[in-house]
Design a protein around this ligand. Structure first.
Ligand SMILES: [Fe+2]
Length: 283
């Protein structure tokens, strides 16, 4: 089974450039074309938030138009730039967006997808009005119960905010709320193969309890590798990227998930496939 993860589109209405320079609509179109062209198409695509830059319905309509070109089914979770109700209203055929956990006056989008060999859990870590994220008691309880429902199948938990500090100073100013409690729940459920997130617009991985937490590159823009508490809030226009999570049992008794990082090339020639014709063993 192949799960492709894409994240952080930051779509702006009317073809406008995000932050005056980023053509996020074009970036999303190129990404979807590229995913559709993969030799081994994904069984499912997961979008880990920041679909719209300012949560507007016009942005979701644009995103919907482009995402409808995907040949694979897709699921979404909201990020801190999203408006949960606008998202659910525009993507009205995505019923799971109405699965909510009520906590402190907010209805968080939390759901599981049980149709695949890998069980997928979408967990909403975004509180309206806040840039940082985390989890409260109700969502933690919900997660614990959900994970206990099926301990036989490998499971991936998708969130927008990562439960670790990235090393990018400006992103780390707001720690993930209740990351310790989140980690304790993950540790209780060793069938969780991965916690995979968005938000930091860069592929990264870190140990999290007894599993691995990963983040996905951005589609709309990337965050530079500036590993310092002094790193300012800036982005680059490197090509969009994605993650491909592949469940297999090659060399293993039990199926495990390998995560690859892909880059969306600008020109078709860059992702044409060329043979290695000088295949020799080193002497
Ligand atoms: Fe983002």
């Amino acid at each position: 089974m192949i799960i492709v993860q894409i994240s952080d589109f930051h779509i702006i209405p009317d073809g406008a450039l995000a932050y005056e320079v980023a053509d996020t609509i074009d970036a999303l179109k190129k990404t979807i074309n590229y995913i559709n062209s993969l030799s081994t198409p994904p069984d499912v695509v997961i979008v880990t938030g920041d679909i719209a830059d300012r949560g507007r319905k016009e942005s979701y309509r644009l995103a919907q138009e482009i995402l409808s070109q995907l040949k694979s089914p897709f699921y979404m979770i909201p990020g801190n730039h999203d408006h949960k109700d606008n998202l659910a209203e525009v993507f009205s055929n995505h019923q799971y967006l109405h699965n909510r956990v009520h906590e402190n006056g907010v209805d968080y989008i939390c759901y599981s997808v049980d149709d695949f060999p890998v069980r997928i859990i979408g967990l909403d870590t975004s509180t309206p009005g806040a840039h940082g994220g985390g989890l409260g008691d109700k969502r933690l309880q919900w997660l614990d119960g959900k994970l206990a429902e099926n301990t036989k199948r490998p499971t991936m938990v998708f969130t927008h905010h990562p439960p670790f500090a990235s090393g990018f100073g400006h992103m780390d100013l707001e720690p993930f709320v209740s990351r310790k409690e989140f980690r304790q729940i993950i540790e209780k459920h060793p069938h969780v193969e991965r916690v995979s997130c968005g938000h930091i617009h860069r592929a990264a991985s870190m140990q999290f309890g007894n599993t691995i937490a990963t983040t996905c590159p951005g589609v709309g823009m990337q965050i530079p590798i500036y590993l310092s508490p002094a790193a300012p809030s800036e982005f680059t226009l490197e090509p969009p990227g994605f993650l491909a999570h592949y469940l297999h049992n090659i060399w293993e008794d039990n199926p495990k998930i390998i995560t690859h990082v892909g880059t969306v090339a600008d020109h078709a020639e860059q992702y044409s496939e060329y043979p290695f014709f000088d295949f020799v063993s080193p002497s």
